[in-house]
Design a protein around this ligand. Structure first.
Ligand code: SF4
Ligand code: SF4
Length: 138
């Protein structure tokens, strides 16, 4: 899916920091060696396929407005590539970013649609239930 008109990564580099990238043996939360924080990618034209293919949900979902851009909320909203789970992957430096009422309202709405919603920060995970309750998740 392509970026929606009017949406672009701009100065956001959250996925280059927060996500695990096997290609570079980059653990979650470590800044990619090619990342210029807030400024993009040093090897943009030669970046690997995994980087070319990745798009977070903010960039493809018209229902996610500017206030939910990852670098504003400290959280990447995305579908789990290995399951049907919906993820809020937080910057490990902001492990409670998913509790921001704006983010939490969105996560709750997704849970009410029947999706399994998981917030992650480093090695910690929490499930957000449609009731609004949350619980540590393994
Ligand atoms: S997290 Fe989303 S908006 Fe931010 S750089 Fe990655 S794809 Fe772009
Ligand atoms: S290679 Fe570039 S696009 Fe890929 S994670 Fe590193 S900084 Fe981001």
């Amino acid at each position: 899916m392509a970026a929606l008109p009017g949406k672009s990564c701009g100065s956001c580099t959250m996925c280059c920091v927060v996500l695990e990238i096997d290609h570079f043996e980059k653990p979650p939360g470590k800044v990619c060696d090619n990342c210029i924080l807030g400024g993009g990618c040093k090897i943009y034209k030669k970046r690997p396929e995994v980087c070319r293919d990745y798009e977070c949900n903010w960039i493809t979902d018209r229902d996610l407005g500017p206030m939910l851009k990852p670098d504003r909320i400290g959280t990447i909203l995305m579908d789990d590539p290995d399951s049907d789970d919906y993820l809020a992957v937080c910057d490990p430096a902001k492990p409670n970013a998913w509790r921001n009422p704006l983010v939490f309202r969105h996560l709750l709405a997704v849970a009410k649609e029947g999706r399994t919603v998981i917030a992650k920060a480093g090695t910690n995970s929490w499930r957000i239930f449609e009731s609004g309750q949350t619980a540590p998740w393994v």
